[in-house]
Write a protein of this length. Structure first.
Length: 187
């Protein structure tokens, strides 16, 4: 009976240590990441989109969607603009009114991850659920290389948005001009 108890304690300690180790490696990886460039696939309700993005910490993102209109999403850290290549339509949002503000703030993510218990998903992913005011964000990391691989949020219209990222490149040389808010065309 004593042996079984000792084996259970060893198993629990080892499992807890393994999860702590993954969490520490995710935090270290985030600390060492200044920017990310990646391909993405996103599903919002029944709409499926894909494209390529660059994130520069803190709070900057540039995405071009692979669709007919070549939708563009850009944040300069304060404002989020959604437009298209010919800039015929503009949608402006304060970044702090979107869940992206939290996802694009690596110091916030690190702080939250330090406080949270993560969960192992299918021995492939590690998930943290962040709740901040009206935002619930499920953020996922790869168990092997500790890279961010996606997130799940509700957008400003209460639509479930699931984003998967792949072909991730970190700390690339990037042109900071891509994060400038496009000028609106006046007719």
């Amino acid at each position: 009976m004593k042996r079984i108890f000792i084996l259970v304690l060893i198993f629990l300690f080892t499992t807890k240590h393994l999860h702590a180790s993954i969490k520490e490696k995710i935090i270290l990886n985030l600390k060492n990441t200044n920017n990310l460039t990646f391909k993405f696939e996103q599903k919002i309700n029944d709409l499926f989109e894909r494209g390529e993005c660059t994130i520069k910490y803190p709070k900057k993102i540039y995405c071009i969607y692979d669709n007919k209109k070549k939708k563009i999403m850009v944040s300069n850290g304060k404002t989020l603009v959604i437009t298209n290549e010919n800039k015929s339509n503009y949608y402006l949002y304060p970044l702090n009114k979107t869940p992206l503000e939290l996802i694009l703030d690596k110091n916030y993510l690190i702080n939250q991850i330090q406080k949270l218990e993560g969960r192992n998903v299918d021995d492939k992913y590690y998930n943290f659920t962040i709740i901040n005011e009206n935002n619930k964000i499920n953020i996922y990391f790869n168990n092997k290389n500790y890279n961010l691989i996606g997130w799940q949020t509700e957008d400003i219209y209460q639509n479930l948005a699931i984003t998967f990222i792949s072909k991730i490149r970190t700390n690339q040389k990037i042109n900071n001009k891509i994060f400038e808010i496009p000028k609106m065309r006046m007719n």
